[in-house]
Every structure is written in C-alpha cells, then in structure tokens.
Design a protein around this ligand. Structure first.
Ligand code: BGC
Length: 751
C-alpha cells in the first residue's frame, strides 16, 4: 500500500484519544508507539555537529552521550563555505544516526548571528541568510540522503539566550522576511527537511510554537513544507493554540495533560477534529518514512574521523600572516614553544544540548610534535590556568620558554564556561589571562602565531597589532588538533573565510543598543542592517570583514561575463568569471557574489550576498566560475504589496574575495514586472503626478492653473504640495472637489 493511503487508513482507524496521544512524545527522545495499529516509536537526538545519543533515561545517564564523531561546530562548518563538504558531513551524520538507531537528528541550526554575544552562535552558521540557508540545505540533504530525518531549528528569531523562553523578538516585517526567515526559507525549499523545530521565544508577542503565520501560512503555505513541526524541548505554552497554529509534536513527552486538552477542545467544539487529523496525517507520514528507511549499518569511525579533520582544516580562517611567517617549515628552526592549556586540552565544541562524546580526540600539541617530526625541540607550557585568574608562575614559565625558542605558538580563545547554550556572553573580550599571555609572549618573541578557539566573534584589537600570524580555528571538533597542525605546517593551505564580521569592538555591532532587551522584549532596531549590511551602510571599518580569509597562495579574478545586459525581472542571468591561482601552492578560493541595487522605492543594504562557490586550483591553474541569478536575487520584500519586488533599475553584480575586497563588477538593467502601486486618497500628489493614469485624471480634473503649478517642470513647485495627501484637495479646492469626487477618481485610477 502506498504511504499516503496507509496514512489515510490509519487516521480513520485511530480513536480521538489515540490521535491526541500522538501529539506528544513518549519520553525525552522517543515518540509513542500504538501497537494495535502497528505504529512504531522513533528516536530523535541532538545534533547538529555530532550524534548525541543519551546513554539512558535518568538525568545522569541522559547527560552522557554514547561516542560519536564530533565534527566542527556550525560556526566552523560555515567558515568552509563549502556546500559539498556540508553534504559529506551530513551524510556521515546520517550514517552514524542509522547505526545508533536514531531516526531524526535535531539540526541544523540556521538562526542568524545577530550579536557576537549570542550564547548559541557556535551552533549557528552566519550573519547572512544565503550562506546559512545554502549550507543548512546541503547538510539536510546529506543527512536525509541516508534515510534519516533532520530538524531545522529554531524557527524563528532565536538569536539570543537571555530570557530565551520568554523574550519577544520585536521585529519589522522586512528584516523578518529578508534576513531572519530567509535562511529557513532556503533550507526548507532546497533541503526539504522532514521536520522543523519551533523556537522557545516569542516573535512580536506570539510564541513561536503558537505562531500560525509562521507555522502554517508561511512555512507550509508559501514555502511548501510537507513535514512536521516539533516543539523545542518543553517549548509549548498553550497546547490547543499551538495545534491550531500548526505545531504537530510536543517534545519531550509524555505530556498527558496537554493531550487531554486537545481531546477536550475537540469535544467542546473549540477545535475541529480535522486539525488533529491533519497533525496525525503529517506525523505518520514522517514516522513511517523514518522507520522504513532505517538501515542499522555500522559506520566507519576512521573514515569519519578523517572527514572531521578535513572539515576542521577547511573551516580555519587565516586572519593574519605578516611576512609569510606561516606555514612553518620544520628544519628552518631549532626550537618551538607551544603555549596555552588549549593546546593540550583542546576547546573543541560548545556547551549545552549539542555536546558530543567524541570517538577520539586529536591533541593539537601531539599533532604539532608529529608535524615537526623531531626536526626541532618542542616545549609546552600551559601559560594560564583553566579559570580566568592570571597565574604569574604559569605566565612567567611560558614567557621564559617562548624566549628560549625560535618560534612560539599560543593557543587562546574562550574557555568553555564563557560560551554555552543557556546564556549569552556579556562582552566580547577574551579572558584577561589569555590576553596577558599573548602580550607577554609577543613582547619577547617576534615569530609568534596565535591560534584561536572560540565559537563567535571576539575582540582581538587589544593585541593583534603585536602578533604577526593569527589563525581562527573556531570550535573544530575532534579532528581540530590535526587540522591546526596541517595548516600551521603547510600540509593544507587555509581556505576558510569569515561567515560573520569581526568588529573592532562590541559597540560597533548593529545590535549593540538593543541587545539583549528588557522587560521581556528585544527590539531588532537595526532592521535589515545585520552584520556586514550595517558596517557597509555606516561606513564602519570592521577588524576583519565578512567573507575575509587569507591563503598561502594568491588568486586573480578576471573576465567577468554576463549572459545578458538587460532583462525582465522574471528572467534569469548567468554571470561568470575566471579565477586563476597565481601563487606557488595549490589552494582553494571562496568566490563571493554580491548584488548592489540601484535606485529602489524602499531602502536597501549597499550590497547583499547572493551566491558563492569554492574552487580548488593548482598553481597556475584557472577555472571559470558561473552563477545563475533570478528574481529573488534582486528582490526586496515590500510589506505594502506583501510580496517580493524587483524595482526597475540598474543592478551591479559584484564578485570578490570578501565583502570588502570586490575584484570585478558588471551592470544589469532590469525591468520590473510590477505595476505601479495603487493610488489611494492617502497617496501624495507627487505620487499621483508620477503615475501616468493618475496624472491624466488630475489634468482632467484640475483647473489649468493647478495643473501648471503641479507640473514638475514648473519652477519652484513646492515640495510640500507634492508631499500633500491627495485627500487634502477637498479642503484646498475650497469646495470645488468633494470626498465623493475623490472616491470616484481613486476608483478610476485603480480601475
Ligand atoms: C535546545 C534544542 C535541542 C533540545 C533537545 C533544547 O534545549 O534548544 O536545540 O535540540 O533542547 O536537546
């Protein structure tokens, strides 16, 4: 029997009580079986950068996870800008989920990094919805290609931890559509996830789990989502409202009181039984598909560890490399100091629900020793204690060792307690003892490399000028140690680029004045201007811009070509360019395409990322990179029209190596298919005049001297007249024009 028919039959056979019971889980991670009808139970678990299957049901066991490969956290995966790699990581996670009996992996997290302080930034990809959305979609396809479901989270506007279960994100419709929902839209449309997880927070006063506009109208109605919406764990307030809004499954379970409320709502007529039928039909479609596809095959731990290393190396961003200090060449120095507790006890993932128990762990220190291969003396010093205190003894010993070595590598960043789900950071600073160590070593050792482990933007301005080389290694998972060594010693050419802007200081960040909110509300006052969109508009120089990252080789951009110079907005255009590796090492370049709109009816960011590609080139090799751009790549969301709009005008396509390093550009003239906005009595006289039909009507109606006065050609036509609402003509015509006449004109203008 086809799945659709099977589901239909089951919905008919289920009693009201059984249907309601399926609306909440059976336990922390499992759904309820209904044995008499052969409905199985399935298992879900976190995600997103490793399978975190709890060992048992009680609290202590529940907090421990069975070993699984720990890949780089999302902040690092995003810095790869490599959809192919995200697909591979997703595939590996799908295999591990299968092997561990997990049917749905709770990830990826595609919320926008609004502030560097967001406690879960390490679990999220980017400040940009195109990057977050495309990477999320590739991840989803990878996992689901193995017959395991995903849960795209947290839908929507979950951009902070402060009061995360209450806070209301107060946000205008344009940023909501263009930034915060856009990442989810891309994943849902391209990746087709089996499930979406609603967020804890409220959006404009409504709990995300009860947000009908989000869960039903937009997610299902506009984007065509066919899966189920699962609540975040305990994130259901009013169960009946949530069901009516489109929330299918409450987790964890059982939530018998809420199941009962659904039954009562149906019995009392407060909720139609069809709401429950639809929920159960969607639910069964996912559950039955999940169980059918379960494979139970063992996974290849070695291969996955190798992939974790590869992903970690691809994620690392070389921020600074003065005078080519890196890569280090064993044999060219006699002694190397490795300093910082994080070299021995690596900071490899963030805290909270995503914590994975790795299958093994590369030690950066041991991997560095291996890479040096006995060609130099390697000495280690912790430099700082695990807490935030400065320990003079450790500090002095580290400085002494660095002084007596030819080269020093300092590992620093954010310790685990500073970065976790559940709370935000209160500042962007690194711990004092890390900064003090870097400064002290920099003062006596000019050949100094700083390796950073952190899950989101931190302030580097205090010391970066004193240090020749800096590698941002993020929270790189279990293969991070090897990856760092491979990059420092040139085994791998760094190719990561920043998926978020690194501002000079926190007060430069667009959310600064409005984060994390007060009295239960957080105002998204920066509107559209999130991340680089803000720094661009305000002409603020960031410390390192969005999309930035160095390589050991150089790339030349040339030969930009456009398949057409003009088009209607419903058409698409191919843009290509040539990238040449002009250096002496093989390497990968992340090519970024931004669109800069010309004139537009509503304000727009200077430029926005619309596409990207990662190309691998041998020295001297060239490749053509092509992108296809369509309607949405030029559009903005117009709340007045309740639709995406492309204005007629000239759009500049920018191709570059970062958001601040544009190498090529070309113009495209686009003709809008939108008619003019309907004229109303509130439209200004200027708008009436600018509209062909409106102008004709005005000219017919008005005495000649008025028409002359209104004409833009007439000298000194006062702006206040043109800005005046049309309805004011009733007053100014001194009785010659009446409300009824104006109504007839509006009807004629719209007709
Ligand atoms: C987190 C989710 C997670 C869930 C289950 C919640 O606290 O917000 O991301 O999937 O717990 O662990």
């Amino acid at each position: 029997m086809k799945l659709e028919e099977k589901v239909k039959k089951l919905v008919e056979e289920l009693t009201l009580e059984e249907k309601a019971s399926l609306c909440s889980g059976a336990s922390m991670w499992e759904t309820k079986p209904i044995e008499r009808l052969g409905i199985p139970s399935i298992c879900m678990t976190d995600g997103p950068h490793g399978v975190r299957l709890s060992e048992g049901e009680n609290l202590e066991e529940g907090l421990r996870a069975v070993p699984a490969t720990c890949f780089p956290t999302a902040c690092g995966l995003a810095a790869t800008w490599d959809t192919g790699l995200l697909h591979e990581v997703g595939t590996a996670l799908g295999k591990e989920s299968n092997s561990l009996g997990v049917h749905i992996l709770l990830g990826p997290g595609v919320n926008i990094k609004r502030s560097p302080l967001g406690g879960r930034n390490f679990e999220y990809y980017s400040e940009d919805p195109v990057l977050a959305g495309d990477l999320g979609a590739a991840f989803v396809q990878g996992v689901q290609g193995q017959g395991v479901g995903t849960s795209v989270k947290h839908f929507a506007c979950n951009n902070q931890e402060y009061e995360r279960m209450n806070i209301s994100a107060e946000i205008e419709e344009r940023p909501l559509r263009e930034i915060y929902l856009a990442a989810f839209e891309r994943v849902v449309k391209k990746g087709k996830p089996w499930t979406v997880m609603s967020a804890y927070n409220r959006v404009n006063g409504i709990y995300a789990s009860e947000h009908r506009e989000f869960l039903t109208e937009i997610l299902r109605g506009e984007w065509g989502f066919a899966g189920i919406v699962i609540s975040d764990w305990t994130g259901v307030e009013d169960r009946v409202k949530a069901a009516q809004a489109g929330l299918d499954l409450q987790m964890p379970g059982p939530a018998s009181a809420n199941d009962q409320r659904l039954i009562e709502a149906v019995r009392s007529g407060a909720m139609a039984e069809s709401v429950l039928d639809e929920i159960v039909a969607r639910y069964l479609t996912v559950i039955l598909r999940a169980v059918e596809s379960k494979k139970g095959a063992a996974f290849d731990q070695d291969a996955h560890h190798a992939l974790a290393r590869q992903a970690a190396a691809a994620s690392m961003v070389l921020l600074k490399n003065t005078e080519g200090l890196l890569p280090l060449q064993p044999g060219t120095f006699d002694s190397l100091a490795v300093i910082g507790g994080m070299a021995q006890d690596p900071r490899f993932q963030g805290g909270g629900s995503s914590e994975v128990t790795p299958t093994r762990m590369d030690s950066p220190l041991e991997e560095i020793k291996r890479a040096v291969g006995g060609k130099a003396r390697v000495s280690y010093q912790a430099g700082y204690p695990a807490d935030d205190q400065v320990d003079s003894e450790l500090l002095n010993a580290a400085v002494e060792t660095a002084k007596n070595s030819d080269v020093a590598i300092v590992f620093a960043g954010l310790p685990a307690h500073m970065e976790s789900e559940g709370y935000d950071r209160s500042h962007m600073l690194m711990p004092k003892n890390h900064v003090k160590l870097i400064k002290a070593v920099a003062a006596i050792q000019p050949r100094l490399v700083v390796v950073l482990n952190n899950g989101s933007a931190i302030a580097l301005g205090d010391w970066i000028d004193r240090v020749p080389a800096v590698l941002e290694a993020w929270l790189p998972g279990q293969g991070g140690g090897r990856a760092v060594a491979d990059i420092l010693f040139g085994e791998i050419n760094p190719s990561g680029k920043l998926p978020e802007t690194l501002p000079v200081c926190l007060s430069d960040n667009p959310s600064f004045l409005n984060f994390p909110g007060e009295n239960g509300r957080v105002l998204y006052g920066e509107g559209l201007y999130v991340g680089y969109r803000y720094y661009d508009k305000k002409r603020i120089e960031p410390l390192f811009p969005f999309g930035y990252g160095l390589s050991y080789t150089t790339f030349q951009y040339s030969d930009i070509a456009c398949s057409r110079a003009q088009m209607r907005d419903t058409e698409s255009v191919e843009v290509s360019c040539q990238i040449t590796n002009t250096g002496t090492r093989g390497g990968k370049e992340i090519v970024q395409l931004y669109v800069q709109p010309g004139q537009s009816r509503l304000q727009r960011p200077e430029k926005e990322l619309k596409a990207f590609a990662k190309v691998e080139l041998a020295p001297g090799e060239a490749a053509t990179v092509s992108f296809s751009l369509g309607y949405r790549d030029f559009a903005y969301y117009d709340p007045l029209r309740e639709d995406w709009v492309v204005d007629t005008g000239t759009y500049t396509v920018l191709i570059g190596s970062s958001s601040r390093d544009v190498r090529l550009e070309t113009d495209i003239q686009i003709e809008s298919s939108q008619g003019p906005l309907p004229l109303t009595k509130d439209s200004s006289l200027g708008e009436w005049w600018a509209n062909d039909r409106g102008r004709t009507l005005l000219l017919q109606l008005l005495p000649a001297e008025y028409a002359e006065l209104l004409s833009p050609e007439s000298p000194g036509v006062p702006a206040f007249i043109m800005n005046m609402p049309f309805r004011k003509l009733v007053f100014f015509s001194g009785g010659a024009l009446t409300e009824e006449m104006l109504d007839r004109l509006v009807a004629a203008a719209q007709g």
